[in-house]
Design a protein around this ligand. Structure first.
Ligand code: F6R
Length: 258
């Protein structure tokens, strides 16, 4: 796993966006996996800038999102479909029919999840999966004790995730308790993983994920099993990394930012 410590959120977002742009430039029909939440917003802003100012072309790209709240239709302002349209898809030239966000309102969730996995395979698998990390160490909505082999399915959110995500809703009781989420096993099949992490409140989860044991209690620790995972974090999020100086030394040798 490569760890890149950036000065701040903006630098982190730009450096991470460059990795995503390189994938698209190298493979114009790339399949990109996206996450929602505060962490990747800056990355998406930078991709939009690259599209508008540098002609980064998404016309052949296909996308798959990690998760969606159960019960929220795509038009709901707090749905992840709405988030993606608002923060990325509406501002780049990806064909809307090429964008996939799990449905939170399918009549049959089990059948939907099977279809979602099949659709990822039909599209050739995910070339690059963007990830954030929850303060409880989750990736996608794979809460502590999710199997590291799990596939797309309906999950129950932890109290901590409900607390963390309440900021997007009028009140905590409005946050749906369930979500459709890609599994850890689904995420691990992406050819490249790109995680963005910022802020002091993520420092314990990041340290546990990168330097702790691989455990279903911190599903982000599964990144340690992936042959091509890169983590961009800011200095606040890096605050509890024991090997911080080592990562900084390596990134200096590699000519990366900071
Ligand atoms: C969202 C997702 C989650 C978030 C995580 C961090 O699609 O899969 O795992 O990445 O909860 O959220 P933020 O970035 O809002 O702190």
């Amino acid at each position: 796993m490569e760890i890149v410590i950036c000065k701040n959120y903006e630098e982190m977002s730009k450096a991470a966006a460059k990795v995503a742009a390189d994938v698209v430039n190298h493979k114009p029909n790339a399949v990109l996996g996206f996450a929602t939440g505060s962490s990747p917003v800056g990355l998406y802003k930078e991709l939009i800038r690259m599209h508008q100012e540098e002609g980064l072309d998404f016309s052949k790209v296909t996308t798959f999102n990690l998760d969606e709240y159960v019960g929220l239709p795509g038009g709901h302002p707090q749905s992840y479909r709405h988030f993606m349209n608002d923060n990325l898809f509406d501002h780049i030239n990806v064909p809307p029919e090429n964008t996939h966000v799990p449905s939170g309102t399918a009549a049959n969730h089990v059948a939907f999840c099977e279809w979602y996995e099949k659709r990822i395979r039909e599209c050739g698998g995910i070339d690059l999966q963007v990830l954030g990390i929850g303060s409880d160490g989750h990736i996608a909505f794979n809460e502590p004790t999710s199997s590291l082999g799990s596939r797309t399915r309906m999950v129950t959110l932890t109290e901590q995730t409900l607390d963390d995500n309440a900021r997007f809703f009028k009140k905590k009781s409005d946050v749906p308790r369930h979500a459709i989420s890609m599994g850890v096993g689904t995420v691990l099949e992406a050819r490249k993983l790109l995680m963005v992490v910022s802020g002091k409140n993520k420092a314990p989860a990041l340290a546990a994920a990168v330097e702790g044991p691989v455990t279903s209690m911190i599903t982000a620790s599964a990144l340690q099993l992936h042959p091509d995972a890169i983590v961009f974090c800011d200095t606040d999020a890096a605050g509890q990394l024991k090997m911080r100086d080592y990562y900084l030394w390596i990134q200096k040798q590699a000519g990366r930012a900071n």
